[in-house]
Design a protein around this ligand. Structure first.
Ligand SMILES: CC(C)(COP(=O)(O)OP(=O)(O)OC[C@H]1O[C@@H](n2cnc3c(N)ncnc32)[C@H](O)[C@@H]1OP(=O)(O)O)[C@@H](O)C(=O)NCCC(=O)NCCS
Length: 178
């Protein structure tokens, strides 16, 4: 089940982040940082266990970053990341302060199916790279930058819908074909 994260999920979220940050697939984040930003996270829960995580970072001008996307290796290729990316886009559509979603990723096909397109990393605002100082790869970044304009999708969302679950429902009814 995909849901918004709660404070008590913070340790499980950090466990997955630690697992993937050891080989540089994800940026390390402290427990305190995760707790402070818990509202940014979606989690995928199966039988009381957190097996998928994803977060949104707002504040890069009018960009929003999909980040810390990871699925427990035992449950990969089952569509869990697909659901989390879809849920993240839906959450971003509710906000007035972003027009474009972007991601730095190794999983290009996952984002392509939502309409993300590869962009030159240098087009991203310089401040995005501040976070990369803690990455194992730093200047040798081997991730691909991809972005998706949210504006055409925002036009399809009924402005009366302000609740995430409602948008999810509206997406199910008509927005899947992006
Ligand atoms: C990348 C990751 C999140 C995908 O999670 P997942 O739940 O297995 O993804 P899904 O099942 O939703 O995959 C949907 C599609 O995305 C693509 N995809 C998934 N994982 C991929 C990968 N590692 N590399 C390239 N494409 C991938 C495939 O097209 C896949 O469709 P298919 O299974 O029919 O071939 C997962 O492999 C992971 O946690 N990797 C380590 C952490 C990481 O790299 N995070 C950064 C991602 S931005």
């Amino acid at each position: 089940m995909l849901r918004e994260a709660k404070l008590e999920d913070a340790q499980a979220i950090q466990n997955l982040i630690c697992f993937y940050s050891e080989d540089g697939k994800m940026l390390f984040r402290t427990l305190a940082e995760i707790e402070q930003n818990i509202a940014d996270f979606l989690v995928y829960e199966k039988r009381d266990e957190i097996i998928g995580i994803c977060s949104l970072k707002f504040g890069w001008d009018r960009l929003v970053e999909i980040r810390s996307l990871g699925v427990d290796p035992r449950y990969q290729r089952l569509g869990i990341a697909t659901q989390m990316v879809q849920g993240s886009i839906e959450r971003a559509l509710l906000r007035d302060d972003c027009d474009t979603a972007f991601v730095l990723t190794y999983a290009i096909p996952l984002f392509t199916k939502f309409g993300f397109q590869i962009v030159d990393k240098m087009e991203l605002p310089q401040k995005v790279w501040n976070d990369c100082q803690t990455c194992l790869h730093k200047e040798c970044c081997d991730e691909t930058a991809m972005s998706l304009s949210l504006l055409p999708l925002k036009k399809q969302v009924d402005p009366a819908l302000k609740d995430w679950e409602e948008v999810l429902y509206s997406w199910d009814k008509g927005l899947r074909g992006i």
